[in-house]
Design a binder for this molecule. Structure first.
Ligand SMILES: [Zn+2]
Ligand SMILES: [Zn+2]
Length: 75
């Protein structure tokens, strides 16, 4: 959904709101508002979800591109 919105130009990917890194993930605080996202780099995205930095989750997250919808990421 986010990936489609990015391709359509409805969502413009932004640098990480915490550190300015890119590429970023589109993080949803509220999935009922699919276009209401926060842009977080993989590290800060995982941190936001309270994942350990060396957990399989963050390792997996580092492989994701911003064109993938967050729905593919657990949590
Ligand atoms: Zn960051
Ligand atoms: Zn998230």
């Amino acid at each position: 959904m986010v990936g489609q919105a990015v391709r359509d130009g409805r969502l413009i990917p932004q640098p990480c709101e915490k550190c300015g890194a890119s590429p970023t993930h589109a993080h949803h605080d509220d999935y009922s508002k699919p276009l209401d996202v926060r842009w977080l780099c993989p590290v800060h995205h995982a941190e936001h979800h309270h994942a350990a930095i060396d957990s399989p989750e963050i390792v997996a997250a580092l492989g994701f591109s911003l064109t993938q919808d967050e729905a593919t990421v657990p949590g």
